[in-house]
Design a protein around this ligand. Structure first.
Ligand SMILES: C[S@@+](CC[C@H](N)C(=O)[O-])C[C@H]1O[C@@H](n2cnc3c(N)ncnc32)[C@H](O)[C@@H]1O
Length: 323
């Protein structure tokens, strides 16, 4: 990407993503946008390795969180190779267990027992919705007894019409698929997941750590593969007497071509064994978004078999059921 378009990208990130969510990322992104030296550093990386989230997470992993643009420049000057090395080998794979709080109302409506398949599972933390506790404001669901002491309790503001479950779904089998599965039992993968969380988001970091502790004991299986190619084998491996639920959250925007997304959606809709749950930006499936009425660009749209169900907070912090 040309340095001037890179600058525009970092400015857009500062304005539309970081503002109000991370003061330090907003400051740093504005700084990058006007720094010829940092733009030249980014320009030497492949175009798909130049994103703000990747740069900032790599920098924090290597050099700690810079408190100011001067500290940022010092880290780039002293550790450019180490930072670039992380940016070349890692991708943005934020795994947000909080999203289970918006998936659970939809999962609870599907007749069980369930065989869960998550595409784009990262470390598989969203494959464990039956291990966590929930606090939807006017209703709570305690974690199962064996996880009481350790489970995160996921806070999510739910509108009064949201059909909230009073028990966890029965999940008899689960598996994930990811281009690059992360392993919650490996310290270097955990360190990367932790640094993908933005600096001021202390609650998210705390619940990530709790979910990782559970994943270390439960070891959800996540296989390497591409959702456009490798899903049929996983579906075939699911037990015949369970309802197969294929779901994804914050994944399909990584599939660049709309026709690939649409082909995936069609294959889900045409598979009689599968109930398909999608929790994605409304830009991913514009037709579903149009059917949901007024579009909320800063939220995700939860759909079941292509039908809009709810608008959701991107980290699972909110659910507004539609009907
Ligand atoms: C932002 S993370 C979301 C992880 C998890 N779904 C969550 O909500 O916490 C997106 C994940 O999708 C994976 N991914 C992207 N494109 C994929 C594809 N074509 N097939 C399988 N996984 C993919 C990435 O490797 C990454 O781990």
């Amino acid at each position: 990407m040309r340095p001037d378009s890179l600058a525009a990208r970092y400015l857009r990130f500062a304005r539309t993503e970081a503002r109000g969510r991370s003061a330090i990322y907003e400051i740093l992104a504005r700084h990058v946008a006007q720094s010829p030296r940092v733009l030249a550093f980014l320009d030497r990386l492949p175009p798909d390795r130049q994103q703000p989230n990747l740069l900032f997470a790599a920098m924090r992993l290597v050099a700690g969180t810079p408190a100011s643009p001067d500290a940022f420049d010092a880290a780039i000057a002293d550790q450019a190779e180490a930072i670039a090395g992380i940016m070349r080998t890692r991708t943005t794979q934020t795994n947000e267990p909080g999203r289970c709080a918006v998936l659970l109302p939809a999962l609870a409506r599907i007749e069980g027992p369930l065989a869960l398949i998550e595409v784009g599972a990262s470390a598989g933390l969203c494959l464990l919705p039956d291990a966590y506790g929930y606090d939807w404001g006017h209703q709570t669901l305690a974690p199962p007894e064996r996880f009481t002491a350790s489970a995160p309790v996921l806070a999510c503001a739910a509108t009064p019409n949201t059909p909230l479950p009073s028990r966890h779904p029965e999940i008899v089998w689960r598996a994930g698929l990811d281009l690059n599965p992360l392993d919650a039992s490996k310290d270097e993968d955990v360190a990367w997941l932790e640094h993908l969380i933005w600096p001021e988001h202390h609650e998210r970091l705390a619940r990530l750590r709790k979910a990782i502790a559970i994943a270390r004991s439960e070891r959800p299986r996540v296989e390497a593969g591409d959702l456009r190619r490798d899903l049929p084998d996983l579906i075939a491996a699911a037990p015949r007497d369970a309802t197969v639920v294929v779901f994804h959250t914050a994944v399909l925007s990584y599939v660049a071509q709309q026709h690939d997304r649409d082909a995936f959606a069609e294959s889900m809709m045409n598979d009689p064994r599968v109930f398909w749950l999608s929790n994605e930006s409304p830009r991913v499936f514009p037709r579903s978004a149009a059917a949901a009425g007024q579009v909320h660009d800063d939220m995700f749209l939860l759909t079941g078999n292509g039908e809009p169900l709810a608008w959701t907070g991107p980290h699972g912090q909110e659910i507004r059921w539609l009907w």
